[in-house]
Design a protein around this ligand. Structure first.
Ligand SMILES: *[C@@H]1O[C@H](CO)[C@@H](O)[C@H](O)[C@H]1NC(C)=O
Ligand SMILES: *[C@@H]1O[C@H](CO)[C@@H](O)[C@H](O)[C@H]1NC(C)=O
Ligand SMILES: *[C@@H]1O[C@H](CO)[C@@H](O)[C@H](O)[C@H]1NC(C)=O
Ligand SMILES: *[C@@H]1O[C@H](CO)[C@@H](O)[C@H](O)[C@H]1NC(C)=O
Ligand SMILES: *[C@@H]1O[C@H](CO)[C@@H](O)[C@H](O)[C@H]1NC(C)=O
Length: 793
């Protein structure tokens, strides 16, 4: 490791050798010298170069780089962990059929293995850089003895096979090319895996380590071969059945699969943006970077929010070990002796998970027993206390830890962590963990308070004039609880093909953004016909200052939400400031447009109510990410050719610029006037119940045919008027004693006499529960579905 630390400092800057005009793809002579700037091989297509690359002050590595991108990209290195000096170093082809790299004093720092060559084979040896980026040593008779493709560093190029004997190893950092801590490789069963491997520990983190049997996540196990390959169209295939498609699958472009220094495996495509060629991410293994092991080092806590990205912090009582590098984590500011029963106590952190490093595990124990176990083990740094159930019986299990690694907090994690700390000297209390703690309600839902907004709230946004303002709280977590770990929740199962479009394609598809079919949160929606003749709804987002990688991550997230009552996203476009989303087109437009027409008979209305509830319930409870819609209203419920509803615009606010929003003024944010829950007005914690409330209003609107906004015109009187509307409905109908005549008074005259009385009563009853002032009196979306379906049986 010492050398790599040394070169961390040496390799801080890089400059590429100047390219010469007279370039060759094949070595003339027997060696390339570090001093001669012309000693560079350039592939026949001009896209790849091979030669000595400066990686620091008088430090050079022999490398292959791609130079069509605006910033050259290193795709391979011979001596990444042992740079040579800038004088006298050279790469030579030896007659016995091997390459050696020697430094200024003639010491070999890198070499290939010599094949057993006959003397006739060993003539006319040539080193050639092919158009694919593969550097090969071959003879004029077509025998080839060595390929750089066989020993990748951190990047796999199209048509380069990853095998059982090769692996990708990340670099230490973006500036430091030396070997880092992350590795992509085939394990003994030939399952493709990602491994964190630091000087002190190793841990597998992909596929999900909770999954003991990778077969459960679609991997084939006990394979006899391990091979993986990326093709030019953006299709990745591995022999353990793991496959994925790039989001721009099909497009012919340059691609590379790189294990980045942050432990995430990403596929990049070369795309022209504003006249310059840049790499854009078209697939990644993790959308939640805190699930990558080792990322923040020991005794730390990883948090991710979409605004500031990944953040590491130390647990209370710990301080950062090396201020330049989080991988060293944090060290305690206190010390505890081994006989510590009298001097130590525990601090609780809710929903905090430390993965791995268990001393042992104890099933079905009490908290007190678990504390005693930890207290009496000298090595114990704390313990995970977690409820687990096998369906019928549940019990608390205890996992004392000797090392606190891979810490992250997720409201979905049904367990707490207890840290052992000195009882005196440092004063701990549960509330000091403020910035570390997530406030979760009894039902494992997120709520938040003003002070924790920064941490919990990715952003909220106000867009589209005064009407359309919405706050969306999204807790982006992949399901990590053990019981869910075999679900399709893992990011790497993301193989759905959200297509990437160019701005030009979408301009053509919409004939220059001519036909406006809607205007919703964050942008205008146009009708368009895609190149493959599918009719689409194309939403052009207003200004979005979000970075491309985040945008892509969010698009992936939305794309993963897949439900028959949610609108389907087909693709997107991001080019400079242009950000567009491509959705399926819904023949009958929105519920809002249809409410006043007579086409929506009672049966259709009831079905729409049920379908919408199912879609929202999925968003709230079942999907891998916990999404609040926050802008449920008839304009966002679309109807297909059969008048089946699909909820639109979910997750969208994540994609919009947060610039307009000041955290302090979030109390002013809200959904659309009329559909907004009282929590927004009174600045109370926002939970999924805000959507329940809005849904209730939509039901009332469907029943009465009256728009909650129609009752007032002034901005200021909105809450009062709105309340009056709800009260009116509520007061008119005493649901317990509801009689036909009461119902007749409030319902849409269009439906008079044409409805099912029992169902109507049920619908109104559910609606009134949904619009309860106190969020705790409102049912969950799942409960709503159950209630609405109760009459079906
Ligand atoms: C790539 O290499 C070629 C040949 O040496 C050179 O002409 C070209 O300018 C280089 N491009 C970049 C972006 O460095
Ligand atoms: C890549 O693989 C996919 C899936 O097998 C295939 O459809 C596509 O044609 C391939 N592309 C190339 C360039 O071979
Ligand atoms: C793209 O070009 C436009 C004008 O040509 C410029 O305003 C914009 O800043 C450029 N964007 C990037 C990312 O370079
Ligand atoms: C846990 O232990 C208690 C008594 O020690 C026992 O009654 C209970 O059945 C156990 N639960 C499970 C799930 O084993
Ligand atoms: C403990 O909590 C109280 C508030 O409940 C707070 O005032 C105090 O500063 C906390 N102690 C420490 C050490 O942070």
């Amino acid at each position: 490791m010492d050398t790599s630390f040394f070169f961390l400092f040496l390799c801080l800057s890089q400059t590429l050798p100047l390219s010469s005009s007279n370039t060759f793809d094949t070595l003339r002579g027997t060696s390339l010298s570090v001093e001669n700037p012309n000693d560079i091989l350039v592939s026949a297509n001009g896209e790849y170069s091979a030669g000595f690359l400066s990686v620091g002050d008088n430090a050079f590595c022999f490398a292959i780089w791609f130079n069509k991108s605006t910033v050259s990209t290193v795709v391979w290195m011979a001596n990444r962990d042992g740079p040579v000096d800038g004088r006298g170093s050279q790469l030579s082809v030896l007659n016995e059929g091997k390459l050696i790299l020697t430094n200024s004093v003639g010491i070999t720092v890198w070499t290939t293995i010599a094949p057993a060559l006959t003397s006739s084979e060993a003539t006319n040896l040539q080193l050639q850089l092919l158009n694919t980026g593969n550097l090969v040593l071959h003879n004029s008779k077509g025998g080839s003895f060595w390929h750089s493709f066989d020993s990748p560093t951190d990047t796999l190029l199209p048509l380069q096979t990853l095998t059982m004997v090769s692996s990708l190893i990340s670099r230490r950092s973006q500036e430091d090319y030396s070997s880092g801590y992350y590795k992509l490789f085939f394990d003994n069963d030939n399952v493709l895996r990602l491994l964190f491997q630091s000087p002190t520990m190793t841990s597998l983190y992909w596929p999900d380590p909770w999954v003991e049997d990778p077969g459960l996540v679609g991997r084939s196990i006990y394979n006899t071969v391990g091979q993986a390959l990326l093709n030019d169209s953006g299709y990745f295939w591995s022999s353990d059945d793991f496959t994925f498609f790039a989001t721009d699958f099909g497009a012919v472009t340059h691609r590379r699969l790189t294990l980045d220094p942050d432990g995430n495996l990403r596929l990049y495509s070369l795309q022209k943006m504003n006249g310059s060629w840049d790499w854009v991410v078209t697939w990644q293994a993790f959308s939640q970077p805190c699930h990558i092991h080792g990322i923040c080092g020991p005794n730390s806590l990883c948090t991710y929010d979409h605004v500031s990205g990944r953040r590491c912090s130390c647990l209370q009582g710990f301080k950062m070990k090396d201020h330049t590098d989080w991988s060293y984590g944090c060290e305690p500011e206190f010390s505890l002796s081994c006989s510590r029963t009298d001097e130590a106590s525990f601090v609780q952190f809710e929903h905090l998970e430390y993965y791995g490093s268990d001393l042992y595990y104890h099933l079905n124990v009490t908290l007190q027993q678990c504390q005693d176990i930890c207290m009496n083990r000298c090595k114990c740094k704390g313990f995970q206390f977690k409820f687990s159930s096998d369906g019928t019986v549940g019990a608390y299990n205890c996992y004392p830890k000797f090392l606190l690694m891979n810490g992250h907090q997720s409201p979905n994690f049904e367990g707490d962590f207890y840290l052992i700390v000195p009882r005196i000297g440092l004063s701990y209390n549960k509330t000091t963990g403020e910035e570390l703690r997530l406030e979760c309600s009894k039902q494992q839902r997120i709520t938040y308070e003003n002070k924790t907004v920064k941490l919990l709230l990715w952003f909220a946004t106000a867009v589209g004039g005064i009407e359309v303002t919405c706050l969306v709280l999204v807790w982006l977590f992949l399901s990590r609880s053990r019981k869910d770990s075999n679900s399709a929740a893992q990011g790497y199962l993301l193989t759905n093909r959200i297509q990437r479009f160019t701005f030009d394609e979408l301009r053509k598809a919409t004939r220059g953004f001519k036909e406006v079919i809607g205007q919703g949160a964050g942008g205008i929606v146009y009708k368009g016909v895609l190149p493959d003749q599918r009719v689409a709804a194309i939403k052009r987002l207003n200004e979005a200052n979000q970075g491309e990688a985040e945008f892509l991550a969010e698009v992936n997230t939305i794309g993963m939400l897949n439900h028959m009552y949610l609108i389907e996203m087909w693709g997107y476009c991001v080019e400079g400031n242009h950000k567009l989303l491509v959705y399926e087109y819904m023949e009958h437009g929105s519920l809002a447009e249809n409410l006043s027409s007579s086409t929506l008979d009672w049966n259709k209305r009831f079905e729409i109510a049920v379908g919408t509830a199912k879609g929202l319930a999925y968003l709230h409870e079942e999907c891998l990410e916990w999404v609040l819609h926050c802008d449920v209203k008839p304009q966002n419920i679309l109807l297909d050719a059969n008048y089946q509803p699909k909820v639109a615009d979910f997750g969208l606010s994540k994609l919009l610029s947060r610039s307009a929003v000041d955290h302090l003024s979030f109390s002013k944010m809200r959904g659309t006037r009329g559909y907004m829950a009282p929590e927004w007005v009174y600045n109370l914690p926002i939970t999924s119940k805000v959507d329940v409330y809005s849904y209730g209003i939509v039901l009332l609107e469907m029943v009465t045919g009256k728009n909650p906004k129609g009752l007032h015109n002034s901005d200021s009187g909105e809450t009062r008027d709105h309340k009056r509307w709800v009260t009116l409905v509520r007061g008119t109908i005493d649901i317990e004693n509801a009689t036909m005549s009461w119902i007749e008074e409030i319902i849409d005259p269009m439906m008079a006499g044409k409805y099912d009385k029992a169902k109507m009563e049920l619908l109104i009853k559910v609606a009134l529960q949904c619009v309860a002032e106190d969020k705790d009196d409102r049912p969950t979306m799942n409960r709503v579905v159950e209630m609405l379906l109760s009459l079906e049986e």
